[in-house]
Design a protein around this ligand. Structure first.
Ligand SMILES: Nc1ncnc2c1ncn2[C@@H]1O[C@H](COP(=O)(O)OP(=O)(O)O)[C@@H](O)[C@H]1O
Ligand SMILES: [Mg+2]
Length: 299
């Protein structure tokens, strides 16, 4: 298996890669960070973890990466209990990209940083250069091997963190708020990059995010967390229902959905479904106009 450059990780037959069973986690100071965590991640999925600050997203990602162990319950990676796997066996398959790239990057140059992981996994010198070049290509940083890390922009640093994991051959990427701190264009580019890795390279992705407006554009499935529990999960259509329900779980609808919801429920425009993206909303409005129903139905 190889997720470098042109090669694609075989999607498998919807194989379950990661499982959390009846998971609970308490920090040593007694904070109960997670309770009753049950989830399955299948090969090739692109999953979002949504939830307000403190709801347990980062803790869950660390548990799925084997950086922390459940206080009770288990995490299984390819049906093996993650406690029983050597770090090497975990890190060949799963990698976590921290929220702040400065917590992850440590070498002086891009090459040294991206090469560090595969070097430790014992790849030969000739393989290393190739792996680094391919990983950089995959994150749109081709040819930046000699660049000094401290001279990179924040968004470039985030992409180098991802390259470091891809160079090790990771098939499952866990990302903690990969779009946080990026400018609007950087946010879109990051989402497109992740989408590309998922769809074209076959990388399974689970990302914590507050970028609600991007969720329906890119993600297959959403897990909503609140106070350490997964309180809702499903496709974006299943999760994003009404502003009231979203407010209960301390989230909001994508902005365009909020607008159409108001037009339907406050102004009486007869939309039959709630569009979640600008494209869907545009089609819905044009359909209403074509059917002659674009005028409000009530005062
Ligand atoms: N190192 C720690 N020690 C004690 N409590 C922690 C620690 N890290 C996080 N927590 C607590 O665990 C809960 C979940 O935090 P976290 O997983 O960081 O949430 P999120 O990523 O959704 O913001 C919060 O109540 C937080 O205060
Ligand atoms: Mg967090």
């Amino acid at each position: 298996m190889n997720n470098q450059c042109g090669q694609k990780i075989p999607a498998g037959d919807n194989t379950v890669r990661l499982v959390a069973q009846d998971g609970e986690y308490s920090y040593p100071d007694g904070t109960i960070a997670l309770s009753d965590i049950n989830l399955q991640v299948r090969a090739g999925e692109f999953i979002g973890l949504l939830g307000p600050n403190g709801s347990g997203k980062t803790t869950l990602l660390k548990l799925l990466d084997g950086l922390l162990y459940m206080t009770s319950g288990e995490v299984l990676l390819d049906r093996m209990n993650i406690r029983k796997l050597a770090p090497r066996d975990i890190y060949r398959k799963v990698g976590l990209v921290f929220q702040n790239p400065d917590d992850q990057l440590f070498a002086a140059t891009v090459f040294e940083d991206v090469a560090f992981g595969p070097q430790n996994l014992g790849f030969s010198r000739s393989d290393l250069a190739q792996r680094v070049a391919c990983a950089l290509k995959n994150v749109d940083m081709e040819g930046h091997e000699k660049k000094q890390i401290h001279k990179l922009s924040f968004g470039q640093k985030k992409r180098i963190c991802i390259a470091g994991l891809l160079a090790m051959g990771h098939e499952i990427l866990l990302l903690d708020e990969p779009t946080a701190g990026l400018d609007p264009q950087g946010e879109s580019r990051m989402m497109e990059l992740l989408y590309h890795l998922n769809r074209e390279r076959g990388v399974t992705i689970i990302m914590a995010t507050h970028s609600v407006d991007f969720v329906p554009l890119f993600l297959d499935r959403v897990l909503v967390m609140s106070r350490g529990r997964i309180v809702k999960q499903g496709t974006p259509e299943e999760v994003f229902t009404s502003p009231e329900e979203m407010a209960e779980i301390e989230l909001r609808l994508p902005q365009v959905a909020e607008l159409i919801y108001l037009l339907k429920h406050e102004d009486g425009l007869p939309f039959d479904k709630l569009p979640l993206t600008v494209g869907e909303a545009r089609r819905g409005i044009l359909e209403l106009q074509a059917s002659g129903n674009a005028a409000p139905q009530k005062q």
